[in-house]
Design a protein around this ligand. Structure first.
Ligand code: HEC
Length: 129
């Protein structure tokens, strides 16, 4: 029993170090629309902050760029920076004043990465139990 708890703790610690290696997906998805809790919170954050107003309901881009394309090249550090600082003069607001965004930055990234990878389908998501 003790070994199992230790292993679980180690896995959680490793996952917590959000700098996943290339090829290590930051999300878990089943059937395209059932995702882990963190990714689910990221999607809810996307919805709550209405990022789709500028980036499109399917992240395809509108006045803001397609995040399907952006997430293929943006590093996690660049992503965090643009969300926190914005590019206000270019029309991207800063979200460092949003508790929901600051608390769910990793989940937001995971969700968008999953969309960009084509692993997560557009539309409503459900949380994996
Ligand atoms: C009012 C419109 C608007 C809203 C709302 C908005 N964005 Fe943006 N976003 C933009 C624009 C415009 C750019 C491009 C800025 C530039 O030219 O560098 C951008 C850029 C970005 C980028 C960088 C893309 C790249 O390729 O460098 C990311 C990531 C991003 N937005 C994510 C989000 C997320 C997540 C949300 C919701 C929390 C959001 N945006 C809400 C307008 C918006």
């Amino acid at each position: 029993m003790k070994g199992i708890f230790l292993a679980a703790g180690l896995a959680a610690a490793l996952m917590g170090g959000a700098n996943a290696q290339a090829g290590d997906a930051p999300y878990t998805v089943k059937d395209g629309s059932m995702v882990d809790a963190k990714t689910y919170e990221g999607w809810k954050t996307w919805r709550a902050l209405a990022c789709e107003r500028c980036h499109g309901a399917q992240q395809q881009g509108m006045v803001g760029p397609s995040l399907i394309e952006s997430l293929k090249v943006l590093t996690k550090e660049q992503f965090d920076k643009v969300l926190m600082e914005g590019r206000v003069e270019k029309g991207m607001p800063n979200f460092n004043g949003s508790k929901m965004v600051t608390e769910n930055l990793d989940g937001l990234y995971a969700f968008l990465k999953g969309r960009s990878d084509g692993a997560i389908k557009p539309g409503r998501l459900q949380k994996l139990e």
